[in-house]
Design a protein around this ligand. Structure first.
Ligand code: FMN
Length: 224
């Protein structure tokens, strides 16, 4: 019994080893160990795992339970379409994170403002006035909801020993949307590269040297 417990303590230090063990990682370990991954192997994601991650993400909070977010999933050879448009050959050779392109999946999370407008026009929400249109909203709940779902997905990926990078799509968004047939009303949050982390990590992200803010800098007890 003691040996079993000791093993669990050892595993708990490295949730990446949890992948196929079926042992549940401590939540705080998953949160602490999650780092953006910028170097992947080409190993495909196990069948059904994407559905598992999205199933967990679908449990994230959602205003009015609208759940107005979608994911366009490019897998295997389909990822080439994303890279060809957003990182054309002329720029690719200088790209600092070459093994990012190995990721076997690129997920594109979209938020749907109209879904929130429609939901808040329903009788139980109509008094808010938010059914009038996206301009009536003091905060874009569609982006907030989709972001919460993306964060849940990133943690779910970590829990399963996968690596992920959320990154901005700074080039080619219009062409990408056209090429994938995405309705115009949807807003793209960014992209998520997903897969198995390479043994040798890629050079760190540009912000890696910035210190994490301490709780004392974040909490303003009783007011600012
Ligand atoms: C909204 C958002 C946009 C980001 N865009 C990029 C990006 O374009 N390229 C990149 O390498 N990392 C990007 N990141 C990752 C951040 O650099 C990273 O989360 C931060 O440096 C903290 O590192 P960690 O997540 O590994 O702890 C982005 C993260 C967020 C939340």
């Amino acid at each position: 019994m003691g040996a079993v417990l000791d093993l669990r303590v050892m595993w708990a230090r490295d949730p990446r080893t949890f992948g196929d063990t079926g042992v549940m990682a401590e939540f705080s370990d998953v949160v602490r160990s999650r780092r953006m991954t910028r170097a992947f192997t080409a190993e495909p994601i196990t069948e059904g795992l994407l559905e598992h991650l999205v199933d967990l993400a679908s449990r994230a909070p959602s205003a009015g339970k609208t759940q107005g977010w979608h994911i366009v999933a490019l897998e295997g050879a389909q990822t080439a379409r994303f890279w060809d448009i957003t990182l054309p050959a002329s720029r690719r050779t200088q790209f600092a994170w070459q093994r990012l392109l190995n990721a076997p999946a690129v997920l594109l999370p979209f938020a749907d403002p109209q879904a929130y407008v429609d939901r808040y026009a329903e009788p139980d929400k109509a008094s808010t006035g938010l059914g009038a249109g996206p301009e009536a909203w003091p905060a874009p709940y569609w982006t907030i909801d989709a972001s919460m779902a993306v964060m849940t997905l990133l943690l779910a990926a970590e829990d399963r020993g996968l690596g992920a990078l959320f990154f901005g799509v700074f080039r080619g968004e219009d062409e990408l949307r056209r090429s994938l047939g995405v309705p115009e009303r949807l807003g793209l949050l960014g992209a998520i590269a997903l897969g198995h982390p390479a043994d040798e990590p890629e050079r760190k992200g540009r912000s890696a040297a910035r210190p994490r803010r301490r709780t004392g800098e974040i909490i303003h007890r009783g007011g600012w």
